[in-house]
Design a protein around this ligand. Structure first.
Ligand code: MN
Length: 300
């Protein structure tokens, strides 16, 4: 006979993902890819890609560095700025400039063309750039819906104080401790921007069955890995947890900035090529044809 359900179970650490080196996106974004569906596939669904740009110092210039006109179809790009300024324009008329603490949540869906550059003032003054671009997949039923753009300012993102001055959680999407984040998502997704220091064991409740990834950007964190073990993560390292279980445990933290990502897996085939992520190879061929024939629009 099985015993009654024990106290809430902890999600075990599956693996620590690390960057395999830096590459440039255009001439503006020195990026480390911390995870990608290209090798992890459905194990990280609904997330597809995590690019960490910087921290990198840029000298003043009259020319805005960045990446010129390119398309996307089938998913969302989420840009979170920690330092510096990013300007964006797209063919659906969306656009804007975001700075530290701000987020742009762009739904490419059926397709658009956009460009991403350093902000004009930031480029002229120079300074430290640090940002994350996360790709979130869309379920098949929403891949061909119209593009949309959510510009979320720092002041719109609620910050929840953890007890005993252990830190704060900024709720970008989903909910934390009953507090709801401003981003509208197509499937259940939590994006929590976490600052932790002086932690003496703190648990984060994350729904059973959700893909769970803890990305450390700065500082360090010690997490319980299961079976009484623990693991220390430093900058640009991501803990990937077993979806089974109701919480993760952080044992200690030193000035840590981290993103805690969780979401309900989208259980559908993932077929991607460059800026397109669909469900089949024929849909990718169609995306390429639609882009080349101008159906995803043009920059004004
Ligand atoms: Mn892009």
């Amino acid at each position: 006979m099985q015993s009654a359900k024990a106290s809430k179970s902890m999600k075990k650490l599956l693996r620590v993902e690390r960057s395999t080196g830096r590459h440039w996106v255009g001439d503006g974004f020195p990026v480390q890819t911390l995870f990608s569906y290209s090798n992890l596939g459905e194990a990280i669904s609904p997330f597809l890609l995590f690019d960490y740009a910087g921290p990198a110092e840029f000298t003043p210039t009259e020319q805005q560095r960045g990446v010129g006109s390119h398309p996307h179809r089938g998913f969302e790009t989420v840009t979170i700025v920690y330092s510096g300024e990013v300007e964006h324009r797209d063919s659906s008329g969306g656009g804007g400039k975001i700075g530290p603490g701000d987020v742009q949540w762009m739904t490419a869906a059926s397709g658009l063309v956009h460009e991403e550059f350093h902000g004009h003032d930031f480029a002229r003054q120079g300074g430290m750039l640090e940002m994350v671009q996360l790709w979130v997949n869309l379920p098949a039923r929403d891949k061909m819906s119209p593009p949309r753009y959510q510009s979320i300012s720092n002041s719109q993102i609620p910050a929840v104080n953890l007890p005993d001055k252990q830190g704060i959680v900024r709720v970008i999407a989903g909910q934390f401790d009953g507090v709801e984040g401003p981003a509208h998502t197509f499937t259940p997704v939590n994006v929590w921007d976490v600052r932790l220091d002086g932690v003496h064991e703190t648990d984060f409740a994350v729904p059973d069955g959700y893909t769970t990834l803890l990305a450390v950007l700065k500082g360090s964190l010690r997490i319980a890995s299961g079976d009484a073990g623990s693991e220390t993560l430093g900058a640009a390292e991501i803990a990937r947890f077993d979806p089974a279980g109701e919480h993760i445990r952080i044992e200690s933290a030193q000035n840590a900035t981290a993103l805690l990502l969780s979401g309900e897996p989208i259980r559908e085939p993932i077929v991607g090529s460059g800026p397109f992520v669909m469900n089949s190879a024929s849909e990718i061929r169609q995306a390429m044809a639609d882009y080349q024939s101008g159906k995803m629009g043009h920059m004004a």
